[in-house]
Write a protein of this length. Sequence first.
Length: 564
Amino acid sequence: MPRRKKIGEILVGKGLITAEQLAELLRSQKENSKPLGQLLLEEEILTRDELTEIIGEQLGIPHIWLRKGLIDPRIVHVLPKEKALHFQVIPMFRINNVLTLATADPHAFFVFDEVSKITNLEVQPVLCRADDIIDAIHECYQKEVSIDEVLARIDESEIELVNTSFVKEISEIAELAEGSPVVNWTNMVLLRAIRDGASDIHIEPEPGKFRVRLRIDGILYELMSSKPEMHPAVVSRLKVMANLDIAERRIPQDGRIQVQVEGRKVDLRFSSMPGIHGEKVVLRILDKSRAMLDLNLLGFDQKVLEHLKSLLRRPYGLILTCGPTGSGKTTTLYSAITMLNAPEKNLITIEDPVEYQLDRINQNQVMHAIGLTFAKFLKHALRQDPDIIMVGEIRDRETAEIAIQASLTGHLVLSTLHTNDSPSAITRLLEMGIEPYLISSSLLASLAQRLVRTNCPECKTDYYPPKEVLSDLGVDENKKIRLSRGKGCSSCYDSGFKGRTGIYELFEMDEGLQSLILTNPTIDTLHEYLKKNGHGTLKDLGYKKVLDGITTLEEVKRVTAMET
């Protein structure tokens, strides 16, 4: 049997301490009669979680991050809840006669023996954080119906679809959609998504199953999959909630649902699309209580923020935010008009659709079905004596022309464009057929932006990057610089990231740029002008956040992949 390594050996081997530090710790241990682990915590060399992981490695017990999906809800009840709480352990799953047991104490051998006696199974311990285990106990032993219990209560006969009669099939699904298992299932998925801060819920039918995915911080994570027989009832239940026609499954449908969660109202935008395996449903979650509608909290570089606030205080002109779908443009505009919202101002918004309802602001939604487009709405908005107008998006020449005319006649106009960077806003307007002199005299600035995921505070660790990373960041390769990244934990879906922040590139109009626009410049000419004037790009500003330990180089490269 190989000799078990000592904790000090493991620490030195991992490069967490030097041999000299270990010798000093062992001297201190001898003098104070304290365990080495306690000294490591007192000296802040290791956190408690890191120490537990090292002890687990010493004892040959694997360390994992406890998360949803690792625990089989049908197995937890082999150990009574009171015993699980007393021992601070939870059964995770069983393979043959071996029960995998989550514990926070690698030395609790008597607990493993006791659980083995109670369950009549061989126990294989794995190390997890104590807080995660307690949370899992309360979630998995709760009296409310769990997802697996809901599915277990729906047998084949309850959801059998009769394809011979379309009318009968629809009536059976409608009846099933009101049944408590489907209602409970739907409520639990909505609750989980809202609590986890998801922006979208995807319900997708596939051969032999349908799956549910959540978009959190811009990335899709699979929450669960279920039997395909349940899919029509779930879709019908959501259509009932959105006041839509459950009998119509051949064409896309859009609707709105409002739910009350933990004392607050949350809006859900429903969208369905027919596919070869059934209707796919996407629910956009609009939770105003989680929305950060404050420019100071969006992650602006301080210098960029000061310039933007100064521009927003101008009495007239056009300010554009640019970026792909999902880059936070609308949130930036909402934050801007929230800052400008005052009793003496008349603010009008034209949106498609209205995402958040704001006090003291006249919000309007375009309706293409009756010909109420951005351009038509904007014409009428100018007769409403506005001071500030927010246009959800400039999509065509007509809207662009009216917005520019409005900005030249004493109104501050805020809008968005789908471009990759801030100078591209100028070339996009030129491509639409807007005269260069109009752009030159009306545009105050364009703001390009991206959202990057931030390092998870729960599992964030520092490290010394290799030379090639420092070279990418434009830093002296010989410098000793510490960067940060997340290891992945139950709090962040094992991604290492939790939450997002923005990177912003502000392209402000000046005299030289006004003259350049009159020459109908290409995008290369604009980039050259900006480079010559020391203008920072999105990548430059993203790299600053990497050096500040907010995010990672890989994340910045992911969201700025289109940048030059």
